[in-house]
Design a protein around this ligand. Structure first.
Ligand code: UT7
Length: 332
C-alpha cells in the first residue's frame, strides 16, 4: 500500500504588514503586552474586500505547482481547510478550483479550525493509500482580518490573528522509508463554546438579528486561559500518541512544527517534551495565528531554508476550536 508524501509546498500572505503598534488605533493594547504574552510582532492582513481566502490559496497553489513542475490540470482532488470561508456556502474549495481552471475534480471543505490542515492531511493520506486519488492539493487558508471585533471586547482575539494561506501537493510513494507515517485525530465537543462564533447560525432563529449584531455575536469569542491549558495538554498527548504508535519517543524527533496560536503554548510543549531549540520551528512572530494555514506555512519555510530534508522525522501537531486536535508523523 503506498503512503502519501509531500511533493511540494507553497505559501502566500497579503502584502500589508500590520505591526503591534498599529493595533493601538483600535484596541487598548501595547507591543510589549502582545510580544510577551503571545510572541507576535506583526501579522499580514488583506486589503479589506479585495482578497478572500481562496485568492490567497490560489497564490500559494501557484507556487507549489511551479516548484513541482506541475500543471493544475494534473491535480486529482482539492481538500480545503478553513474557518473563514469566502462564503457560508458553497465551500471555498470550489472557488479555488474555479480560479485554477480545473473543472470536474472533487473539492472537499474541511471545518476543523486550527486542526483543519491535519484533518485534511489524514483524509488525503487515506485517499492516497487506497489509490482513490494520486495528486491531492491540500490547502489551509484564512482571512481573519475582515471578521475581527474592532471594539473593546475584541482586544484579546484581535491581536492574535493574521491572514495567509499554505498548501501542499501530496502524492503516493512506495518507498518504505518516507511519507506520512500516521495521523492521530481527536475532538471533544464538550468545549465547543470556549472558542466559537455564535452567529449567524442555522441553530438559531432568526439566524442573525439586529440585536445579535449590536451584542457582537457575529465575532469569534474565546476563553483564552482555558483554551491555553487544554492546548498544551492535548498537543502533548497527541504528539506522544503519534510517537508511541511507532515505538518512538521525543528523543527521536528531528523537527516539531506545532500550530502557531501562542509562542508560550509552544514553549511549554517544547519544555515538557525536552526538545532542543533546533528541534522546533516557530514563526508566529511574523504571521500571528493564521489558523488552518499555520502548519503548511511553517512546513514551506522549513523546506525552503533546508531545515526539512530527506530523512527528517517531522512531527506536526495542532489544537483549536471544537475542541479539535491531533498530530501527524512524517518521514520527509
Ligand atoms: O488557535 C486556537 C487556539 N487558541 C489558543 O490556543 C489561544 C490560547 N490562549 C492564549 O493564547 C492566551 O490566553 C491569550 C493570548 C489569548 C491571552 O493571554 P493571557 O496571558 O491568558 O491573558 P488573560 O486573558 O489572562 O488576560 C490578562 C490581562 C487581562 O487584564 P486584567 O484582568 O489582568 O487586568 C486582560 O484584560 O491582559 C488583558 N488583556 C490585554 N491587555 C492588552 C487581554 N488582551 C489584551 C491585549 N492587550 N490584547
Amino acid at each position: 500500500m503506498p503512503r502519501a508524501e509531500f511533493i511540494s509546498t507553497g505559501f502566500y500572505v497579503p502584502e500589508r504588514v500590520v505591526t503591534n503598534d498599529e493595533l493601538r488605533q483600535w484596541w487598548d493594547t501595547s507591543d510589549q503586552w502582545i510580544r510577551e504574552r503571545t510572541g507576535i510582532k506583526q501579522r499580514y492582513w488583506v486589503e479589506p474586500g479585495k482578497q478572500g481566502g481562496s485568492d490567497l490559496a490560489l497564490e500559494a497553489t501557484r507556487m507549489a505547482l511551479e516548484r513541482a513542475d506541475m500543471d493544475a490540470s494534473e491535480l486529482d482532488c482539492i481538500i480545503y481547510a478553513t474557518l473563514s470561508p469566502d462564503y457560508f456556502f458553497p465551500g471555498s474549495g470550489v472557488y479555488l478550483q474555479r480560479k485554477l481552471g480545473v473543472f470536474g475534480i472533487p473539492a472537499l471543505d474541511i471545518r476543523n479550525q486550527c486542526t483543519g490542515f491535519l484533518y485534511g492531511l489524514a483524509v488525503a493520506d487515506a485517499w492516497i493509500r487506497t489509490r482513490q486519488y494520486r495528486r491531492i492539493l491540500l490547502v489551509g487558508a484564512e482571512v481573519h482580518s475582515t471578521g475581527l471585533d474592532f471594539g473593546p471586547a475584541g482586544r484579546d482575539l484581535g491581536v492574535l490573528f493574521g491572514d495567509g494561506a499554505g498548501v501542499a501537493i501530496l502524492g503516493p510513494t512506495d518507498a518504505d522509508d518516507r511519507g506520512v507515517l500516521s495521523t492521530h485525530l481527536f475532538a471533544d465537543g464538550r468545549y465547543a463554546e470556549l472558542l466559537w462564533c455564535e452567529s449567524d447560525a442555522s441553530a438559531r432563529f432568526p439566524r442573525i438579528s439586529h440585536q445579535d449584531l449590536d451584542e457582537g455575536r457575529q465575532y469569534a469569542r474565546m476563553q483564552g486561559r482555558e483554551v491555553f491549558k487544554h492546548a498544551v495538554a492535548r498537543m502533548m498527548e497527541s504528539v506522544l500518541a503519534a510517537l508511541g504508535a511507532h515505538g518512538l519517543g521525543p528523543g527521536d524527533v528531528d523537527l516539531l512544527i506545532a500550530h502557531q496560536a501562542n509562542l508560550r503554548i509552544n514553549e511549554v510543549v517544547q519544555r515538557q517534551l525536552d526538545l532542543r531549540d533546533d528541534r522546533v520551528y516557530n514563526n508566529i512572530d511574523r504571521y500571528g495565528n493564521t489558523t488552518a494555514a499555520t502548519i503548511p506555512i511553517a512546513i514551506d519555510e522549513c523546506v525552503q531554508s533546508g531545515r526539512l530534508r530527506r530523512g527528517t522525522l517531522l512531527v506536526l501537531t495542532a489544537f483549536g476550536s471544537g475542541f479539535t486536535w491531533g498530530s501527524a508523523l512524517v518521514r520527509w
